[in-house]
Design a protein around this ligand. Sequence first.
Ligand code: NAG
Ligand code: NAG
Ligand code: NAG
Length: 801
Amino acid sequence: MGSSKSVSQCTCVFLFTLWNNVELSIENKFTANYSCSFLTNVPKGIPMQTKVLDLSQNNIYAVHISDFSPLPELQVLNLSHNLISKLDFSAFKFNNDLQYLDLSHNNMSIIKCQFMEELRHLDLSFNKFNALPICQELGIMFQLKYLGLSGTMIRRSDFRAIAHLQLNTVFLTLEDLTDYDSGSLPDLSTRNLHIVFPTNKDFNFSLLYDGMSTSEKLEFFNIKYDLSYKDFQFPPLSLEKEFKTSNLILNNVDLSWTIILRIFMIVWYSHVESFTVKNLTFGGEIRLNKPDISSILKYQEQHFVSESLIKVVTLEHVRNKLFYFNQEIVYLAFSKMNIENLTISDANMPYMLCPEESSLFQYFDFSYNDLTDEVFKNCSTLTHLETFILPRNKFEKLSKVSSMTSKMISLKHLDISRNLLYYNEDEKQCNWTETLVKLNLSSNKLTDAVFKCLPLHVQILDLQNNQISTIPKEITELQALSELNIAFNRLTDLPGCRHFSALEFLNIEMNQILTPSSDFFQSCQNIRELKAGLNPFKCSCELQDFINIAKQGPARLGGSPELYVCEYPEGWKGTQLKDFHLSKIACNTALLLVTVLIITVVLVALVSFLCIYFDAPWYLKMIWQWTQTRRWVWNRHIDELPSHLQFHAFISYSEHDSLWVKNDLIPNLEREEGSIQLCVHERNFIPGKSIVENIINCIEKSYKSIFVLSPNFVQSEWGHYELYFAHHKLFSESSNSLILILLDPIPQYIIPARYHKLKALMAKRTYLEWPKEKNKHGLFWANLRAAININLPLSAKTNKV
Ligand SMILES: *[C@@H]1O[C@H](CO)[C@@H](O)[C@H](O)[C@H]1NC(C)=O
Ligand SMILES: *[C@@H]1O[C@H](CO)[C@@H](O)[C@H](O)[C@H]1NC(C)=O
Ligand SMILES: *[C@@H]1O[C@H](CO)[C@@H](O)[C@H](O)[C@H]1NC(C)=O
């Protein structure tokens, strides 16, 4: 840990982290962050209410009373990583609430103290003091809990001024230590002591012994010792009696094996319960020589009777400088330890010995090593082991791992994630210990077959990040399983709970599920949370059903809504499931059918009603006829008309209907003067000629013949025509010259059998019915006029009959 700082190395920490074990909730407007701003002075204009001010990682070289006097509310001030060389605490004399003052990583060599009543945290570590900056005023700051100091020498009396303060943590940086008066540290009264030793100096073991007599928790940084074991001094027995450290941490340690062994021995016979070594590099001869052994034995003899309190040993990140050493000795030493918890992690350890006798080990953490399937084979002495942590090793066969556990009769939790595990069905049977309840098999190479090799009573099972694509149908039931993590696999549907009746939590994120089947909730009655995000959902009716069921049920869909997104179809891609809705009808076939049916029925009813009430078909028929006629007239050229035509129409009717003909028919057809010429027998018949002759004459000179049909007409008039029609091609069936107006209905029986033509015409229904309703008359006449209205050849206008 260097105190050197430069702006280019400024790693911006934007979040203002508070000192540990201090809980202070500060609202944003009270926080001002000027960290990493290339400042050389404390800026002006900091908001007056500021309570937390971060000025760290700048180039500020001096502070003045005027800098902070406008900030009466200031509670937290971070001036670390600056260039301040001199400090007069009176600069803060108007900041009566100041509790946290971080001045670490500056260039200070001189300070002038001043009493600060509220100060709880004062950090002066990583500065350039020679003598420790402990002044009389510190001794009356009774709120002080954390004190960071730095210096190059420690004298016997240095801590006297603060000996009576009950501190929580003292952080000492002694980077250029030249002198230490042994026996100085124990004057301090603190629960935690952290000491940073120079990296380039041989460690002074009297600091370790004094530290162990000072605090419960002791942590050293940078321990290096290149001298021979002969210069090493064991602690005097009188001092050992004062040892009170129960938690010892050595960080960044570079020692020879013989020295490590000595430290272990000291720790062993002290009050330490938990011993941690982080970043350990060891070298030197592993095999001990005779004088070496005798000095160790001598120390051991003195302590032979006293019992060790040590329970936890932790070694993290261990490297050795030896090409070859007899590892057996080391493993043997560890396997013989009578401790509860042993961690050896990130140590390139390829092997570990099974203890020879039943051991006390409860907890092993051997993560990040090179252990293989061969470890603890047939080992029956680990009867107390409850937790076994083995991620990032080189285990391959799941069946061998299962046999390794078979005699660990207390094992509850096994973490063997991030190995190379696989299991083939044709392999030998798995043989797990029955006590296992939590098993972590994540990030391995396991396939579907893994379900045939699982401990029967497992409750929590982590199988994420493997290669599982289905859960086989034929597997033994895992009745106790309550938590299953199967995320990052290749499943295409939710597994039911046929084999896991107690399942409460299922994580199936990041699989290949398009449409989760909704009978999942039926099958999994105990489910409380389902995490299914990050699957390529196909947004359809089935999915909507699923979401609806999920919403109603007692189970919730875990994970944030952003994780649940439609992938298919293209139109819905990217839509979050919570925003995806299809109408009820679109998803319910029965409902859809019923709806269509109802609409059809209503339409039919409406149309029928319209037809009956307004006689719509009649209108339609009339309009259609009218348009047909218009079109026909349009297309027809004048010269196609025979030149002898004089009339637009000849009208034939019965005497009984003459009233209608005279009052309605003729006036309506001849509405526009002279536009339509009609041949009516009362008007145009030539006297002297027979009726039939007159009729034929009229018919032949008329463009159309209109017959006003009624029962009377049939009985009295039609007879004249029937014979005529029989002989004239003019009135062949295809001819358009006939217009029949049905004035009154004619029952079939009235028509005599010999009237073939009339019968045929009536049967074809090619007549115009005279509508009884007045409002229909207009259309009737229009239609009739259209049928006869053509431009007659010129002669018609002049020649009168
Ligand atoms: C002060 O700033 C330094 C550097 O940014 C940071 O490491 C430290 O934690 C800060 N102190 C507090 C109390 O936040
Ligand atoms: C050993 O480790 C386990 C698990 O981390 C922990 O619960 C237990 O307290 C540890 N034992 C001791 C003595 O610290
Ligand atoms: C299993 O191990 C992985 C990685 O080693 C970890 O992220 C996960 O939380 C563990 N699962 C459980 C249930 O502890």
